[in-house]
Structure formats: C-alpha cells, structure tokens
Design a binder for this molecule. Sequence first.
Ligand code: DQA
Length: 158
Amino acid sequence: MSDPLVLHVLNGPNLNLLGVREPHIYGRETLADVQALCEAAAGQGKEGGATVVFRQSNREGELIDWVQEARTEASALVINPAAYGHTSIALLDALKALTIPVVECHLSNPAAREDFRRHSYVSLAATGVIAGFGAQSYELAVKAALRLARERASQPPR
Ligand code: DQA
C-alpha cells in the first residue's frame, strides 16, 4: 500500500482565540474543535486516511518556517493565514516555493467584509480558496486538499 498522505494545516494570528473572539463572525467552535473536524475529515487513524499536522502561530516568521517545512514534509497544505493573508508578502514568497496543492481557508467570507480584507496575498499562491462556511470551511478545505494530493499521487511521474 502507498504511504499515507500527510496534510499540514496552518493557522495564523488570533485563531488561538476562536470561540471567544468575535463569535458572531467566527463562530463558537474553538481551535481544538476545528482540529478535531480536520482530523475527522482527513480520516486520520482510519484505513486509507491521512495524517494531519495542525498548528497555530501568532508569529509571521514561525508560519513561514512551517510553510517551508511543508515543502518537503507534506502532501498538501491548508492555510488560514488570518490577517497575514492581507499583509504578508513574505508568506506569499514562502508559499510560492511549494509544489504541493495549497488551499487557503477562511471561516468568514473576507470578500463580504471591510475593504482591507478583500485582498489576499496568499490567494496568489493558492490552488483554491474556501471561505465563509465557518468551521465547515476547514472540513471542505481538507477534503479538497486531499483530493488534489491523491490525484497527484496517482499520476505517473513526469
Ligand atoms: C479570517 C479572516 C481574516 O480577515 C481575519 O483577519 C482573521 C480570520 C477568517 O478565518 O475568516 O483573523 O482569516
């Protein structure tokens, strides 16, 4: 059997406060709830399931280190860059070095909010974007990322 896929899920600043931070926008689920949702969506621990590496940081440099790590250690990446998506060219540059599928994920729909949230540097390097479904955005993002990773794994090497 082929090696299990490894999915990295990265979370940017303030997402450690999920559940208490502006719950009318971001929902009542905590980050631990979101992690459990991702692990279930990936089928972690089940036959044919993927392993999820789930992380959060309030520091841009740490997120960049983790994106670089995903380059060699992950089959796909899901990232909720939070506010760094709107500001960080350094995060974009790190993501551009990846060749694995990258799914950008947001709980809210930034396109329907303040003007400054309408631009995402991360989107320039993302294979696709899922936003606006609350915690369910992560579930959809995990499934999309793993589907892309499986498609790639089944393609003959070029
Ligand atoms: C967010 C949207 C961002 O604009 C915001 O800065 C966040 C969370 C979301 O998941 O909806 O921190 O990424």
